[in-house]
Design a protein around this ligand. Sequence first.
Ligand code: NAD
Ligand code: UDP
Length: 309
Amino acid sequence: MRILVTGGAGFLGSHLCDRLLKDGNDVICLDNFFTGRKSNIAHLHGRSDFELVRHDVIDPFKFEVDQIYNLACPASPPHYQYNAIKTVKTSVMGAINCLGLAKRTHARVFQASTSEVYGDPALHPQPESYWGNVNPIGIRSCYDEGKRVAETLFMDYHRQNQVDIRIVRIFNTYGPRMHPNDGRVVSNFIVQALRGEDITIYGDGLQTRSFCYVDDLIEGFVRLMNQTAVTGPINIGNPGEFTMLQLAELTLKLTGSKSKIVHRPLPGDDPKQRCPDITLAQKHLNNWAPTVALEEGLARTIAYFRTQV
Ligand code: NAD
Ligand code: UDP
């Protein structure tokens, strides 16, 4: 198949490009390089089955493709808050442009949504049926509400125009090729530990997240895209739940770093807990389940960052 990956030069997008090429597809990677890097896809340069296009998803684009994966959007809070209006435009207009292309070409189109659609969840763990607890006017809203509108658009194009859609709700995913300055917790802690800098825990560190290793997530993506039983939304993530304090301690242990843990103010609207209910993924995606435990995935990610910092 010929497959378009928007945001293909980013952390997840570059791993997805690798996987789709390995499976024998032709890949078009579209990116504006806001948070993505040419180095993430440099090893693909020159291949006849890979094309790189510098383009912004808020402007329309045309390609003859069989499948579209829409990943273009900054994912780290400091990056999506840097230009909040642009983040909303990227989510909403990027979705409309992907859906318009899918409608015209009859391509199947996949939306990278997020556990942030659940906001600061009052139900724990979060099943797909939960409508969420989202602040519409806070500092995370540009991302959360942008992604919620994108889901709405996907469902409306599906109902109104029979567009063949898939929606995944991604829970915190980490691994090699995260940017050292990404700002998300796993890369921050590893980079700080390797540099001997203080480990910055925001708030008391008792808030929880569930961390999925990138290879497990990409396997879930491909299974969701290539089955025909469900459109989603479907949660993909690792249900192992950790406090940020536990993550900091594990990072210190695995790096052997002597960095000190320090506390910094908690950013606004920071969710207190997050953990995926993956019953639907297991049921519909051929018993999909994460295979890489946090300690193993962190060790692999630390090995990558040792080559970067
Ligand atoms: P990332 O920041 O590494 O990748 C995003 C990519 O999109 C980058 O290459 C960036 O340059 C590109 N991009 C941003 N705005 C664009 C625009 N207007 N036009 C074209 N390209 C643009 O982040 P990531 O972790 O790889 O996230 C990829 C997708 O997965 C995002 O949509 C994100 O919301 C979603 N997601 C990721 C996670 C996670 O834990 N990694 C969790 C939930 C959702
Ligand atoms: N966090 C932290 N120190 C950091 C970066 C993040 O304690 O240096 C916390 C953050 O406040 C949040 C959790 O780690 O509670 C996960 O943050 P991240 O930005 O990775 O993702 P998200 O909040 O979107 O899940």
